[in-house]
Design a protein around this ligand. Structure first.
Ligand SMILES: [Zn+2]
Length: 93
């Protein structure tokens, strides 16, 4: 019998060196699978229980990922935003 655990891929915010990022995930990555963040950072997927997220201090926000995410969702990025200069989204025509 299968015990399904439902996870929202949009709620996955990978942490690299104490900074949490956003990625365009449509499914849960396999352990070790390479993930590219919205800001271009890359890392291999690894999993830990949520309670360990702050073992080395609270992760900080990747403002470049945040700016890209805001643009993708039609939210204006204020010029005062730390990620304002993040590269624009490259959309296919
Ligand atoms: Zn990022």
């Amino acid at each position: 019998m299968t015990a399904l655990i439902y996870i929202d891929p949009l709620a996955i915010h990978p942490v690299i060196d104490g900074t949490w990022h956003r990625a365009r995930l449509t499914a849960i990555p396999e352990p070790g699978q390479g993930i590219t963040m919205l800001c271009g950072a890359t890392g291999a997927a690894a999993f830990e229980p949520l309670e360990r997220r702050r073992d080395h201090g609270a992760p900080t926000t990747c403002f470049e990922c945040e700016a890209v995410y805001m643009r993708e969702h039609g939210m204006p990025v204020p010029t005062s935003h730390p990620g304002f200069k993040a590269r624009p989204i490259r959309r296919r025509p």
